[in-house]
Ligand binder design. Structure first.
Ligand code: BT5
Length: 249
């Protein structure tokens, strides 16, 4: 199997319901940070808010157990960390591709979703995070055509010699590198790296909130990872949660 840095404690499984559930079960019974479940397929892969993640064999499905210091707000920065590590790994494997980040948790190639990131965590009394599961799905060999939004895979872009394991071999060190840096230096370098590959920066964006939808200009990320959108009247609006839509180009 793939040679990973010592931090990772990989468990390879052929088929699971969801790698996040596998790691959550282990987290609750005291598994150490670095526990990593990689599965060949998922029978019930999940996105955010109960959405489905198409999980047929051939793609990367993995979940990593982390026990970060601080509260859930700080831990949410790990979704940016995962996106930056993945785009770095893809650009290493395929220098001709330009993977971009879409707020809050997607990686896109030519405007189509190649990856999804799902964080789930549990806090102790007082708010400190007990465990956090970082789930990542990356379309290596194939992607759904009926996802309801544009999807793509690495093979669709000609990177046909890439397998889930070669991708993991590039992704794991990138994750570890950014985890170390985030612990030592905080969010600032991560924010800068995320913005350097942000899709649609300074362009039009549509934001869907539970009770409202509006359009504006995507200007920035704030110090916590919230999205800053300039509205028609010139004021900046801070978006902490919601769906965003970018024009496809
Ligand atoms: C996500 O949710 O993008 C997070 C997906 C996380 C999946 C990983 S796989 C390993 C770990 N174990 C799990 O059970 N989950 C994690 P969200 O932003 O809610 O996007 C979900 C939407 O993406 C769906 O409603 C579809 O529109 C689309 N979609 C579903 N499967 C896709 C795929 N394979 N590729 C691209 N888009 C997909």
């Amino acid at each position: 199997m793939t040679d990973l840095p010592a931090f990772f404690r990989p468990i390879y499984l052929v088929s699971v319901a969801s790698t996040n559930d596998e790691v959550k079960d282990r987290a609750r019974t005291g598994a150490p940070e670095g526990t990593l479940v990689v599965a060949g397929e998922q029978r019930a892969g999940r996105g955010r808010s109960g959405r489905q993640w198409t999980s047929k064999p051939g793609n990367l499905y993995m979940s990593l157990l982390l026990r970060p210091d601080g509260d859930a707000g700080r831990a949410a920065q790990i979704s940016f960390l995962a996106a930056v590590a993945l785009s770095t790994a893809i650009a290493d494997i395929a220098p001709n591709l330009t993977p971009l980040h879409k707020w809050p948790n997607d990686v896109l190639i030519q405007g189509a979703k190649v990856s999804g990131i799902l964080l789930e965590s549990s806090a102790r009394a007082g708010g400190a995070v007990d465990w956090l599961v970082l789930g990542m799905g990356v379309n290596v060999a194939h992607h759904p055509d009926d996802a309801g939004q544009a999807a793509t895979s690495l093979h669709a872009h000609g990177i046909t010699d890439c397998t889930p394991h070669t991708l993991l071999g590039a992704l794991a060190p990138a994750l570890l590198n950014w985890l170390d840096r985030w612990r030592e230096e905080g969010f600032a370098p991560l924010r800068a790296a995320w913005l350097a590959r942000a899709a649609g920066l300074n362009g039009p964006i549509r934001v869907r909130l539970p009770r409202e939808e509006f359009t504006g200009t995507f200007r920035d990320l704030d110090d916590n990872g919230s999205l800053l959108v300039e509205q028609a009247d010139g004021t900046l609006r801070t978006i902490t949660a919601g769906e965003v839509f970018l024009p496809r180009n």
